[in-house]
Write a protein that binds this ligand. Structure first.
Ligand code: TRP
Length: 360
């Protein structure tokens, strides 16, 4: 009987500290999965992927290696339970893409909707780095090197998983093996969290758009960001009827508030449905909504912030954790790499069949 595969792999580009979009889109799920004790989990700091559009600015990545590590520990990932490693120190992750890239056509890469959108956002035009265009191939290596079955990510990563599955199936078919595992995504539970809007109501919370709430924001910064959030531009006077749909304050309340929060901070409503109803009818001001949202968010983020400050006191220990986990991850992925070479048939020096056929 084959052993059940319960391997999880996911990661983040270290181009900045992690924000609320990362938290609801993936971090929260990772911690839940970790705490079930049922999985072998790998979480990767994707510095190679970060370099694909930051080749000229490696300092930005260096600055954020420990920042992201701190965010991981702050949200509750535990190095004893989840392997937290650095991508660039895993040889398989630079070698496998070389083999996989022969199995993927240019036109297939060009059809990837996430890549298309990212190219547009970055105004690459003729200056598109080859490494950026091919990062979905590298991402397939990240996942398959660890034989991960499950990949907790946000919706925007689905095209990457589809690409990875195609590579796996081509590889196993062409090289007549079953070494590589087809991964599947684990998406957030609710659609609001799949792509959290920014504080400006824009389509996505994103560092480059300057509309983020960071996990490390202090109490004052968080409050300021909430109080200056975009709401419903047609809701000018308190008495005016307002729109809750597409209104980021209500989107966040949908994502984060519970009936207990109402009981504690805003007992005049039993739940969000009642509050929304009042807003839509008219007579409920934005200020009051934002103050409530601030209470909800402070309650959620305070423990994360406190843990982050605790871990930040010993950066040497952080580096040690990363180093040890990275060594472990390297062992696991080296094994896949060796099998891949054997399957392709390029393991000449150890291949008895090769030696028998061509040497003797
Ligand atoms: N592309 C992912 C992001 O931008 C980061 C990432 C790199 C990743 N390698 C991965 C996610 C492998 C899941 C699996 O957020």
């Amino acid at each position: 009987m084959e052993k059940e595969n319960n391997i999880i792999l996911t990661g983040d580009r270290p181009t900045g500290a992690l924000h609320l979009g990362h938290y609801v889109g993936s971090l929260k799920k990772r911690v839940q999965l970790q705490n079930t004790g049922k999985y072998d989990a790998f979480v990767m700091i994707a510095d190679l992927q970060a370099l694909t559009d930051n080749a000229e600015n490696p300092e930005k990545i260096r600055q954020n290696i420990l920042e992201v590590t701190l965010d991981y520990l702050a949200v509750g990932l535990e190095p004893d339970k989840t392997n937290l490693f650095v991508q660039s120190h895993i040889p398989a992750l630079t070698e496998l893409p070389m083999y996989y890239s022969n199995l993927v056509t240019m036109s297939r890469l060009e059809r990837n909707p996430t890549i298309k959108q990212e190219i547009k956002m970055r105004n690459f035009e003729r200056n598109l780095p080859v490494g950026f265009m091919t990062y979905p191939i590298s991402q397939a290596a990240d996942i398959t090197a660890f034989r991960a079955k499950y990949v907790p990510v946000g919706e925007d990563q689905l095209p990457m998983l589809e690409q990875a599955r195609e590579i796996v199936s081509s590889f196993n078919r062409i090289y007549k093996c079953d070494i590589l595992v087809e991964p599947e995504a684990i998406l957030p539970d609710n659609s609001t969290c799949n792509r959290l809007v920014g504080t400006d109501g824009g389509t996505k919370m994103s560092k480059s758009l300057g509309n983020c709430i960071y996990l490390k924001d202090d109490e004052k910064t968080l409050k300021q960001k909430i109080m200056s959030m975009y709401t419903d531009p047609t809701h000018i006077n308190v008495a005016d009827p307002g729109h809750t749909e597409g209104n980021p304050v209500f989107i966040y309340l949908e994502a984060f508030s519970t009936d207990e929060h109402f009981a504690e901070y805003l007992p005049e409503y039993k739940n969000l449905a009642e509050m929304k109803e009042h807003y839509e009818r008219g007579g409920l001001g934005d200020m009051k909504c934002k103050k409530f949202l601030n209470c909800v968010m402070q309650e959620m983020l305070a423990p994360i912030r406190t843990r982050r400050e605790e871990f930040a006191k010993d950066k040497g220990e952080l580096l040690n954790i990363l180093k040890k986990s990275t060594e472990k991850a390297r062992e696991v992925s080296d094994e896949t790499l060796a099998q891949v070479r054997r399957a392709i048939g390029i393991d000449y020096f150890n291949d008895a069949e090769f030696i028998e056929k061509f040497v003797k």
